[in-house]
Design a protein around this ligand. Structure first.
Ligand code: COA
Length: 189
């Protein structure tokens, strides 16, 4: 199990089985999980959490993200970042979901960068993938700021919608030389 990660504004820690209420709050935000047909129940959130916590082994899978300056985790919860197997492939994908009232502050990019830093430091992988719907403007900006490059199209998710398929190589990530703690260092900003 990994220790919490701190960036200049954020604290990330691995999800635990006790975090069902946080995940349920996030999954109940219809602007965030816009592709779901129906709201997710607390039971569904608990079950998902149990199945996803350690998705790629070693405790690296799903991480809730908190504002460091908040009084406690409940009030400071912002969203989640994750690295998980990309279905139908040998690749690992980066994912991120943030409560809609927290968008527009750079939190998702800052948190994703920190997790990528840990990912490339601890996993023997030459690249990481991301799949984004072509009209998901906010998410497209995040992957581009992180240095991902468009490699093609991929049918993804239960609905098999065509997504843009991106990859970020270890070589490129390390060459960017950014500090995970300093979002102002992101290329493309
Ligand atoms: C995708 C998602 C995480 C992006 O969230 P976001 O807040 O837009 O992304 P960032 O954290 O990078 O924030 C970027 C914005 O913060 C602004 N910002 C404000 N203060 C900032 C700071 N100190 N540092 C960096 N950026 C800052 C940037 O200018 C940018 O603004 P813009 O959106 O007007 O261009 C969010 O929209 C989401 O959860 N969507 C639903 C789930 C989803 O689609 N997930 C991805 C599936 S592929």
């Amino acid at each position: 199990m990994f220790s919490p990660i701190e960036t200049s504004r954020l604290r990330l820690r691995p999800f635990t089985a006790q975090d069902g209420a946080l995940l349920h709050r996030l999954m109940s935000d219809r602007k965030v999980f816009f592709w779901l047909d129906a709201p997710v129940s607390r039971q569904d959130a608990d079950a998902l959490l149990t199945s996803k916590i350690d998705d790629i082994g070693g405790g690296l899978g799903w991480w809730p993200v908190f504002l460091k300056s908040a009084e406690n985790e409940t009030s400071g919860f912002l969203g989640q970042v994750c690295v998980q197997p990309l279905p139908g492939s040998e690749s690992i994908e980066l994912g991120y979901h943030f409560l809609s009232n927290t968008w527009g502050h750079g939190y998702a990019t800052e948190a994703a960068f920190a997790l990528l830093d840990l990912f490339f430091a601890s996993m023997d992988r030459v690249h990481i993938s991301a799949v984004v719907l072509p009209d998901n403007t906010r998410s497209l900006k995040v992957v581009r700021k992180l240095g991902f490059e468009l490699c093609g199209t991929r049918l993804h998710g239960k609905k098999r919608w065509p997504h843009h398929y991106f990859e970020l190589t270890r070589r490129k990530f390390l060459a960017q030389g950014n500090s995970a703690a300093d979002i102002s260092a992101f290329s493309g900003e």
